[in-house]
Ligand binder design. Structure first.
Ligand code: SAM
Length: 275
């Protein structure tokens, strides 16, 4: 848990971050990003990519709406690239209908909570605000199928799921039907699931929304599995700890490449000290 001194420091950094250009490491340590969950996934995906010898990775946001998330990703990309001495470059993609939520497909989409056309995007306004992210407009049911052919993205390292519905999340997972996973994905991915925790009245569970889409995906897929992370769960200060998932692409040609780095050395040294 954060001690009182750390809490004061964190508050100081939070209040002054717009006046001083703090380093990524400081912002990361005190978890004071606009979207710390995006920072977590992007940073760790970048480190994994580095260890696998990649120079470029893609980040995807599913569900863009007004675009605040995509803009936050652009800012984070700049900070992380700088922090890693430009050894990694990010490509950024945002999927959205551009017209807000489509019609619900069934009760699994929580029709008591979501409505068609909610979160409509002003496409032109957003295009003008974006500096590097690319919008992939249309229903993800269609756009997922020709995404690789159209964009030839750098390997995907992290994906943020915020399309609200069970049906839309299920369709986002169609990206995994890619016939060249070695080229287009890292062997393990960092995922953020926005709609697994909500207000008391939303009542998410394994029989609706994103959790149902994940359960069905895992039931059908053998070579790729999606699961809740285990390392953040014991950290009560991390508000998003139940929303970070990992995808393992077991049949990826680089799945078994050794990626142990300093943290492995540190734990080996700890073991020696204990012996
Ligand atoms: C909650 S909003 C996203 C908010 C955004 N991530 C943010 O943080 O500002 C959900 C978005 O998902 C999009 N969406 C939902 N289902 C979709 C689908 N099947 N295809 C494309 N976009 C979809 C909607 O258009 C809407 O803009």
């Amino acid at each position: 848990m954060f001690g009182i001194k750390t809490k004061i420091k964190k508050e100081w950094f939070r209040r002054t971050q717009h006046f001083f250009d703090y380093k990524f490491s400081t912002l990361f340590e005190y978890q004071i990003f606009e979207r710390p969950h995006y920072a977590y996934c992007m940073y760790h995906a970048a480190v994994l990519a580095q260890r696998l010898g990649q120079k470029k990775i893609s980040i995807i946001e599913f569900g863009v709406a007004g675009g605040n998330g995509l803009i936050a990703i652009e800012r984070l990309a700049e900070k992380i690239e700088q922090y890693l001495d430009n050894s990694i470059e990010f490509e950024i993609y945002g999927f959205d209908t551009g017209e807000g939520l489509p019609e619900v497909e069934g009760i699994e989409d929580l029709p008591y909570w979501f409505e068609a056309q909610q979160y409509k995007m002003d496409v032109e306004k957003l295009q003008n605000r974006l500096t590097r992210a690319k919008l992939v407009l249309g229903n993800v049911k269609e756009t997922a199928s020709d995404f690789f052919e159209q964009h030839k993205p750098a390997p995907i390292g992290a994906m943020f799921y915020d399309m609200d519905y069970y049906s839309s999340t299920r369709d986002c997972f169609k990206l995994f039907n890619c016939n060249d996973i070695n080229r287009y994905f890292l062997p393990r991915l960092y995922l953020y699931m926005d709609d697994v925790i909500g207000q008391d009245i939303e009542m998410y569970g394994e029989f609706n929304g994103q959790l149902l889409a994940i359960k069905e995906f895992n039931g059908e897929s053998k070579a790729i599995k999606i699961h809740l992370n285990q390392n953040l769960i014991p950290k009560p200060d991390i508000g998003y700890r139940y929303q970070i998932y990992y995808a393992h692409l077991f049949s990826h040609e680089n799945y078994c490449n050794f990626v142990g780095g300093n943290e492995k050395l540190v734990s080996q040294q700890r073991l020696k000290l204990k012996a």
